[in-house]
Design a protein around this ligand. Sequence first.
Ligand code: ATP
Ligand code: MG
Length: 427
Amino acid sequence: MAEKLSAVKGMNDILPPDSARWEWLEDKVRSLMGRFAFRNIRTPIVEPTQLFVRGTGETTDIVEKEMYSFEDRLNGEQLTLRPENTPGVVRAAIEHNLTYDGGKRLWYTGPMFRHERPQRGRYRQFYQLGAEILGFPGPEADAELMVLAHTLLAELGLRNVRVEMNSLGLPAERRAHREALVAYFEQHAGLLDADAQRRLHTNPLRILDTKNPAMQEMVRAAPQLLSYLGDGSRRHLETVQSLLDACGVAWTINPRLVRGLDYYSHTVFEFVTDELGAQGTLCGGGRYDGLFEILGGKPTPAVGWGMGLERVLELLAAQAGAFEPPAPHAYAIVPAPEALPVAMKTLQALRAAGVSVQMHAGTGEGMGSMKSQFKKADASGARHALIFGADEILTGQLTLKSLRDGQGAQSQRPLADPQAWAAELLR
Ligand code: ATP
Ligand code: MG
């Protein structure tokens, strides 16, 4: 036998019955996005590496060590599997001039790729759902997006998810804070780990994000960006907060919530749970008013979030328990091979009428005994069996048998007119 191949480490197959839960989630998402009047956008999985170097940021973990980059063998172009979708959305918005006639509300979902150490809630290929509002500078856009994420998690039935937020103010306010921060860290240089020392002059804000327990106390006492905010930034933050209050979304301020990149401004937020161990951030987002310019576009305010769908489904499994995968309404049993054409034609009519019906398939030696076909029908979870036998073909009536009422009640239905009885199968 040839050697077996396995999936790439950290990249998962999503198999039935689990895939049914993914479909359920995707249906919920699509319905909610429709009600918020967000439009779907789909951008390529492969983008020029430069898009992420500029758009995600050279000093981020993603660009420093997590990207799957490669050279196009045919033309030498430097390419990367997208680690996130915001830069792709902004590139597409600039390329197609999407905001020329006003702001846009967009959403996307799909696989993202990051070379990380695989563990629960952290994979090398994972799915993100994202929502972006392009072209609106006001705090109401920030609040709307946060309300959207909150509503989605609530409609999925998730509990114990808290909303943490902070303001990064404006670039000038951040510069003043940054100076104070660097001075503070320099005073405590002895406590900085290697990562922090490296970031001290490239991206000191990210030091606030450290997970190193030895640095927690020192970091907690560091100068806070909030106290460097001007009136405008403060008002922006307070408006977001009061709109969240109006919509019943509870929030807390986390002064250490940061994105260490210059194109961010004002609101940043995360949706966090304590029920998934270290990978407890379900959703992260913020306002990135400077990104369009960095990617060569006209200044365009924008705000968005990304949500990790594996984490959402893991929390759902923890809180809601096992998921019943959907069963077909009916199962077609075909003891007589000569009945196959009629059977398959009838199923087509039923499916057109909205019935989900599973066709029995044979073993190569015919269709198998009635008994073995009934076993398969039971295992499928269907409520009804449709029997297409030799008698049925002669009389022009199929036998409809209930698989779920305990008595196996059976009766005949005209083969010539499936539309007349299709609706019964839906019940
Ligand atoms: P973390 O601190 O957990 O690495 P991040 O700041 O890198 O998160 P973002 O880039 O903000 O994450 O991505 C948004 C969301 O995507 C995260 O909140 C998380 O739910 C999910 N996510 C990020 N990286 C992964 C991954 N490797 N595997 C699964 N989900 C992920
Ligand atoms: Mg990360």
